[in-house]
Write a protein that binds this ligand. Structure first.
Ligand code: SF4
Ligand code: SF4
Length: 688
């Protein structure tokens, strides 16, 4: 078994608590609309006609090939309508609409008492389980890992039907002739793990099963539940010999063979901003809007997502019906993500589970490059992590997905806001049943990590507030002058960035707060007596020469604040220098609000204080740890580069202090480390 540590921790206790302890609640709607295409591209032909009375479990659609499965009525009632619906552009599906009638019900009996391979395969067709490439793997992986946040239907299924899952897996193994069975489950769901263990002890030897059944508790990291990743994690080098199935399929197999009931119900989590989040046990074909109404309704401007927050698709609730593979419906407030230009931080590359370079793929796509196969976008699993971690809110997942599909973008500006969000309106026009056009639509992922450029800049300014207060208290005679320095510096920086971007016709990023932050920090690094014209001029030069001339945030060779400071007052003692304890607060604030990681500043401070203990009482050193060690203005795109930059900065700070530069050692050290940081960017790309 391979020990890999793919993924990122994205789960919040509060999200899971909404539905984790809520058992499945049965709900039967008045009407269902069942798609006759439960696998993409495999359309069954209807075996009923409008006006027919159908029993729950009666076959209503049959495939042309027996390796696929039948589709059944999920409630008893009358077929009201058979209609075509365009589910996504160019993909039409036939739906059978059944209205509930309390007529005669059919009794169900077990299909079989013989459990040989051929009987089970025959039964699978009648139950509604596809058996395409069933014998392709020698290892069966039953995926009970809760991948997406919020969705707890898998956990509830294990808690309520662990025996069915184990017996279903054994039946599948008999049919597929697999040699081993792995049941994957979340490591932190201890109750689910013990339920499965007890079920394996009780039923593991049933039906003459001699295959080993392993329970694999897996550390909760997204996207470990993805089929490709779970194969690699569980089977390692044997990943091509595996077959991954869902726990829902296993319970359906059990229900079909033991109770004789075809697959007509699914467990779905309805969570998020609904009045009463629940786990529902519902017939396939239930309308999502009806489910939301049953759970107390949702806010008016919320969006409805089929699936989880990372991979789910925004849907029109009144025209979307539950399918076999649906595990969750999520209602979230629609939030506009402010997109700014790439700061070349490399986070998307660092966290991509397939080790791709989403920023480079996006850039190539937006440039309209036609042949970008070298960038391996075909390996993308669409997990959404790149967009989730991107501090600039770039729509990387969407663009990489477009490249994967072989689409070529019309040439647009890299910084442009143009894109191709899922256009729900185009689908609605082709729908049989017209719904509201007032839809909230957004491409996945639907949640983003805290720490966008705006968040970082806002918190950077908040962190400086105690320092500014300390400066006023310590310099009572120069309070007005210092206040004027701060105001003039930040206004000059803001206006310079604003007019430069207007003049250049660039996408405006001035709203991200980085210019104002530059102005404030620059003023604090000058001495108290600095003339106002000098401060204003330094601020203008910082933005022009230190930032915009080279392409904006993330592109400058030296941090803009350091450019202004070194050009206009290289050896002046900063007004904040004695107030080191307030600078410690600024650093602590940024770490506690998770705007910067703690490890890089900690290593910098430890090295500096061990070799130059006098610097422990220098505010400049803490300012460097807070604002320059990890700065989106000058971050290197690789982890190696970030660590090397931190170490170099610490060494240069010590050397410059030793040769008598005093508090200016920090600014010179940052300037030199920034200049050389591009040397540490290798390995720049992992796959290209
Ligand atoms: S490029 Fe694809 S695989 Fe990589 S993080 Fe983005 S969505 Fe996931
Ligand atoms: S800002 Fe960082 S995470 Fe976003 S695209 Fe650029 S390099 Fe990737």
């Amino acid at each position: 078994m391979v020990k890999t540590d793919h993924g990122i921790d994205v789960y919040k206790e509060s999200w899971e608590q909404l539905t984790r302890d809520k058992a499945f609640e049965g709900y039967v709607p008045e009407e269902v609309c069942i798609s006759l295409c439960q696998i993409d591209g495999i359309l069954c032909h209807p075996t009923v006609k409008e006006g027919d009375y159908v029993f729950k479990g009666q076959v209503i659609g049959e495939p042309d090939d027996e390796k696929y499965a039948c589709i059944h009525a999920s409630i008893s009632g009358r077929v009201e309508e058979i209609f075509q619906y365009q589910r996504s552009p160019g993909i039409f599906e036939t739906f059978v609409c059944i209205k509930k009638e309390n007529g005669k019900q059919r009794e169900w009996y077990p299909f079989s008492v013989e459990y040989d391979k051929d009987t089970i395969l025959k039964m699978m067709y009648r139950i509604g389980i596809h058996k395409e490439d069933i014998t392709s793997g020698k290892i069966l992986i039953v995926n009970g890992f809760a991948n997406e946040p919020y969705i707890t239907s898998g956990y509830r299924l294990i808690m309520e039907s662990s025996g069915k899952i184990v017996i279903g897996a054994i039946l599948w193994s008999i049919a597929a002739e697999t040699e081993e069975i792995y049941l994957c489950v979340n490591e932190d769901a201890l109750d689910a793990v013990s339920k499965l263990k007890r079920a394996v002890q009780k039923y593991g030897k049933n039906l003459g099963n001699r295959r080993p059944i392993w329970i694999i508790p897996m550390k909760r990291k997204y996207p470990k539940g993805n089929e490709q990743i779970i194969r690699a994690v569980v089977a390692g080098k044997k990943k091509n010999m595996t077959k991954v199935v869902s726990i829902a399929e296993m319970t359906a197999l059990y229900d079909g063979i033991y109770d004789g009931e075809p697959w007509t119900r699914v467990g779905v989590t309805l969570s998020g901003k609904v009045m009463y989040p629940k786990n529902l046990w519902i017939p396939i074909g239930t309308n999502v809007n009806e489910m939301i109404e049953y759970c107390g309704g949702m806010p008016k401007d919320a969006m409805v997502i089929c699936g989880g927050p990372f991979k789910g698709k925004t849907v029109d609730a009144s025209n979307y019906w539950i399918r076999r593979e649906t595990t969750g419906i999520l209602v979230l407030e629609s939030k506009d993500i402010v997109e700014s230009s790439c700061v070349k931080c490399g986070m998307c590359r660092e966290y991509c589970p397939k080790k791709l370079c989403p920023d480079i793929i996006e850039k190539a796509y937006l440039k309209g490059t036609e042949n970008i196969r070298d960038l391996h976008a075909d390996q993308c699993i669409g997990c959404g992590i790149c967009s989730y971690v991107c501090p600039s809110g770039r729509r990387l997942t969407e663009y990489v997905g477009q490249v994967k599909k072989g689409h070529v973008c019309k040439k647009v500006d890299e910084n442009s806001m143009k894109g191709s969000y899922i256009d729900l309106n185009s689908k609605i026009r082709n729908m049989k049943k017209l719904g509201s056009l007032d839809l909230k639509s957004q491409s996945a992922p639907h949640i983003h990590r805290r720490g966008t450029i705006q968040d970082v800049m806002r918190n950077s300014i908040y962190g400086l507030i105690p320092l500014i207060a300390g400066v006023f208290i310590r310099n009572p005679e120069s309070q007005w002058h210092i206040l004027s320095m701060l105001i003039i510096s930040s206004i000059a920086a803001y206006l310079t960035e604003y007019f430069w971007q207007q003049y250049q016709g660039k996408y405006m990023t001035v709203h991200d707060g980085s210019a104002i932050f530059t102005g404030i920090l620059l003023a604090l690094l000058f001495s108290a007596e600095t003339s106002l014209w000098k401060v204003a001029f330094a601020s203008v030069i910082s933005i022009l020469l230190g930032k915009q001339w080279f392409g904006g945030i993330g592109c400058a060779p030296i941090h803009p604040v350091i450019v202004g400071k070194l050009l206009f007052q290289p050896f002046g003692v900063p007004v904040i220098e004695p107030l080191w304890y307030f600078a410690v607060f600024a650093l602590g604030w940024l770490i506690l609000t998770r705007m910067i990681p703690w490890s890089y500043p900690a290593v910098y401070l430890i090295i500096v204080s061990v070799f130059q203990p006098k610097l422990i009482f220098s505010a400049s050193v803490y300012i460097a740890a807070a604002y320059f060690v990890w700065s989106y203005e000058t971050l290197t795109p690789t982890r190696f580069g970030k660590w090397t930059f931190t170490l170099l900065l610490a060494v240069l700070t010590i050397i410059f202090f030793k040769i008598g530069m005093g508090s200016s050692c920090v600014c010179f050290a940052v300037a030199f480390a920034d200049l050389f940081r591009h040397l540490f960017c290798f390995p720049r790309m992992k796959r290209v």
